[in-house]
Ligand binder design. Structure first.
Ligand code: PAF
Length: 283
């Protein structure tokens, strides 16, 4: 029988739907999103479908992870096309709480993640961010009770923070990192790419080119610090304002000087015009 997409707006309604799945011993995969869905999100849905019998997608633009000067007000909201895409992808449940439902009057708890959340990468430029992400994701996990939760590797530090949080809080969910989907020219798919002007869009794939070339050079045993220096210069000279270009241990996100010290991940964040882009690659 064809499954119909249902949108849940309150915690009790969501709980009832989830309980029905669980009673039937059906496994659940959650895809947390802030909407403005693109092919990268739909890839998360596809991967969720491969792992679990039921797929729940949450759509919630989480005010707690935006600083006052950031783009909460203008963050792209594309409800109609999101719902159509999820319907076409045969998702059965969308969890779309209002801010009032997620953070009711008197809400007074915030998770303060450490470890990978204090790596000196995104946290250095967005100090409020991972507290907001960890809090909402912990709530999404307890609300939806998924067996699996799918996160894009594009937000690599977020993936590490959420993985650590689920482990530390003994949440019975397996966090799965899904490889980044890219445009043909290498630009990582992101809801914020719509902010790019035509000229910025043409320039934006440089970040991926630098990541790829740097990973190749490190694989050939060139010194990591030298490779990073060259990459930083290239990014600086190409019209970006660089926030960071770093090599880190792929699991702990601690600084790493050599491939001998563990798996290496290269991570970059840079601004072009008004848009901030992040990307990363494994070595
Ligand atoms: O990556 C995102 O879209 C958000 O940070 C998330 C995980 C949905 C939490 O609001």
């Amino acid at each position: 029988m064809a499954r119909r997409l249902r949108v849940m707006r309150t915690v009790p309604a969501l709980r009832r739907a989830v309980e029905l799945f669980r009673k039937k011993r059906e496994t659940i995969a959650l895809v947390p999103t802030m909407g403005a869905l693109h092919a990268g999100h739909l890839e998360l849905v596809r991967q969720a479908r491969r792992r679990a019998e039921r797929v729940v997608v949450s759509i919630f633009v989480n005010p707690a992870q935006f600083a006052p000067h950031e783009d909460f007000g203008t963050y792209p909201r594309t409800w109609g096309s999101d719902i159509k895409a999820l319907n076409d992808a045969k998702v059965e449940l969308v969890w779309a709480p209002s801010a009032q439902v997620m953070y009711p009057e008197g809400f007074a708890t915030r998770i303060a993640p450490e470890g990978p959340a204090k790596a000196g990468l995104e946290d250095k430029f967005r100090p409020h961010f991972f507290g907001g992400v960890a809090t909402v994701v912990a709530k999404l996990f307890t609300q939806c009770r998924p067996d699996f939760a799918m996160f894009g590797q594009k937000d690599y530090q977020q993936l590490r923070v959420v993985t650590q949080m689920a482990k530390d809080l003994d949440l019975a969910v397996k966090v799965i990192g899904v490889p980044t989907l890219r445009e043909k020219d290498g630009l990582a798919l992101s809801s914020r790419n719509v902010y790019l002007s035509a000229g910025e869009r043409a320039n934006a794939p440089l970040l991926h080119r630098v990541l790829k070339a740097s990973a190749e050079r490190i694989k050939k045993d060139e010194k990591i610090e030298d490779v990073l220096d060259v990459g930083r210069r290239q990014i600086d000279l190409s019209g970006f304002t660089l926030d960071y270009f770093e090599a880190r241990h792929a699991e702990t996100l601690a600084p790493i000087a050599s491939r001998k010290d563990g798996p290496v991940r290269l991570l970059v964040a840079a601004r072009i015009g008004k848009t901030r882009l992040i990307d990363n690659i494994g070595v």
